[in-house]
Design a binder for this molecule. Sequence first.
Ligand code: APR
Length: 236
Amino acid sequence: MVQLLPDDRLFVLTGAGVSAESGLATFRGSGGLWNGHRLDQVATPEAWAADPLLVWRFYSMRRRDAAAAAPNAGHLALVRLEEQMGSRFYLCTQNVDDLHERAGSHRVHHMHGSLFQSRCVRCEEPFYDDGGYELVDDLPLCAICGAAVRPHIVWFGEVPLDMERIYAELDRATVLLVAGTSGSVYPAAGFVQVAHQRGIRTIYAGPEEPLNADVFDEVLLGTATEILPTIDVRGA
Ligand code: APR
């Protein structure tokens, strides 16, 4: 049982592990393959330039998988914490699925983009899109300028979204809770060092130690659905 103090300000960082019990595969847990694809074939700007159809097939499959999945008790536990803490709660996720929102979370920032958004490579404006693009003739084009439309996903080699806001939130948090992420992808893996330097409480939740485990004050071993529901705000 983990207790937060009534005036704590909580920054939560989630990764693929939080959606694992909803049936969505983590990347590193599946032998370095995402449903049979190597990262550099589907999740880099170079992959997009080389084979947009393959990239769209991959993200179309992930859209299907995510749409068929349901939020789990880990997602719901974070909704409860947000209800208890209000604006003192901030959720930053590396996940591109929408399970946090479908569970009922409101203050969610998708630092690696969103599976159900696309954007024109020229206009750059993201828009809702749950389409499946599996054939050359299906590949979407911008309705305004006719340029190619890509998934609104931050690929390897690209800068995560709104880092300024993230660091501002990290700067005023009193507790950092990290759940279900391997600690191998930066800048997210570096948030704990930032928190540690500020001297705030840092907690990790997941079934195995992340790569940066030594920087955390508390490492709680167990799955998201086991650990997250045990976190409470004192007196709430
Ligand atoms: N509950 C909590 N954590 C879990 C569970 C579970 N049921 N099952 C697995 N995990 C943990 C694993 O122990 C591992 O530490 O989830 C983590 C998954 O690690 P990764 O697959 O590396 O996912 P993540 O850290 O989110 O990846 C970061 O890299 O794959 C790219 O851009 C993608 O946002 C992603 C980023």
